[in-house]
Design a protein around this ligand. Sequence first.
Ligand code: FAD
Ligand code: MLT
Ligand code: ZN
Length: 476
Amino acid sequence: SPPAAGAPERLPFSRVTEEDLAFFRKILPGRTITDPDLVESSNVDWLKSMKGSSEVLLRPQKTEEVSQIIRYCNSRNLAVNPQGGNTGLVGGSVPVYDEIILSTSLMNNILSFDSISGILTCQAGCVLENLSLYLEERDYIMPLDLGAKGSCQIGGNVATNAGGLRLLRYGSLHGTVLGLEVVLADGQVLDCLASLRKDNTGYDLKQLFIGSEGTLGVITAVSILCPRKPKSVNVVFLGCETYEQLLKAFQLCRGMLGEILSAFEFLDSECMRLLNTHLKLPNPISDCPFYIVIETSGSDPKHDAEKLHNFLEEAMASSLVSDGTVATEESKIKALWSMRERVTEALTHDGFTYKYDISLPLEQIYQLVIDMRQHLGGRAKSVVGYGHVGDGNLHLNITSSTKDPALLAAIEPFVYEWTASCRGSISAEHGLGLKKRNYIYYSKPSQAVGLMGNIKAMLDPKGILNPYKTLPDDVK
Ligand code: FAD
Ligand code: MLT
Ligand code: ZN
């Protein structure tokens, strides 16, 4: 199939031969997949916007197998695309051409859990939701949560430095990941799988792999610090008339809820329209221009309820919010969360989706959505804004009935110039993958990009690991 739009030329990697397949089959009997019907779904990304033409899907179970595969591919100059749950949103998780797909799906064992420290060590292919369920039985939770939890894997989460719905409370994976085991491009196993809170013995190498999107090594195991399961969780769904009021509500909420605040998310009325239309999810409150999802997590239900009550009273009295509903019971909590978590899915039913994941100063977040609507006039089907307000992270999404290059040309570079003018980031949490790699200069100085290129060249001199991704085309 032809390369995806914007894809660079195929680099001169070797092509997979019968001899290569014989080698893979010897190491991975029954787990070297070449049936085109079975390889097909691993060639296509979650958004169905990218399609590779790989003919080989490898499914190792052990680190040693990954090491043997990578060592062999390096010696043969064969390109490799590491793949977890394939929920990535920037075209990083699927091949561009015929790269071998190395899936971690069968590397799904929990290796250890320390119920005193809360440190979990597991293989990279463990699905996030399975880890959450395992921990909940032990009175702990994962420090991250995202709408893709049912499919995404912890290795993929680390490789993309996924943010998600709990970052406001528990911080990023750069803080919660304590150790990693990584197979390097030459097949060496780098054992940085420490389970220590503190370790200042030299450079913190694991940090390099967090957010490296499969370009520097294959993550095979993760050690992560998990918080205790909160005894009391409440979710409120509120409506606001203006974005300014939403921000004031955030300020008030931070002050009044303090340490029990665990999420502050938003969606606009356009998102609500898509949830109603495509997923038949009814609005739990009256129609408003903006909606907020606030979650509190604490250790004392009475204390939390009192704090939440006081906050809601104050927010209503000062007219910051115009309507709202509270959930303490699990099924209602889930239902309210789905109004935020399922916006991504609702968008896929609306048409082809152009996704932007932007970090901006809080006051400017929604102005970008307004300016984009005005800039595009009637050219787009929907222009919606939602995201992690608490983290200064806007998800600006634009749909059209079908893929529309003219619309794309109207959106980009407008959106990136707008972002750079506020010193924002053109990728807050999804990464750069294939789609965003050439826009890196809007958020990073060329000196920093050059240094990234040097690191890539040192760790992967032949460039076999996830080629065409993350680094811009002018960095070789
Ligand atoms: P994949 O999609 O398989 O891969 C992603 C990247 O990581 C690719 O570049 C791949 O090569 C690399 N990779 C995967 N596994 C490894 C490994 N073991 N070693 C080295 N490289 C590897 N993201 C957020 O940040 N926050 C959100 O709130 C969020 N919500 C989402 C909601 C939905 C409905 C969807 C579909 C996606 C969402 N995402 C979100 C994006 C995506 O889920 C995350 O980026 C996730 O972390 C990817 O994990 P994965 O296992 O699916 O990785
Ligand atoms: C989210 O916060 O919902 C995710 O990052 C997915 C998306 O941006 O659609
Ligand atoms: Zn997000």
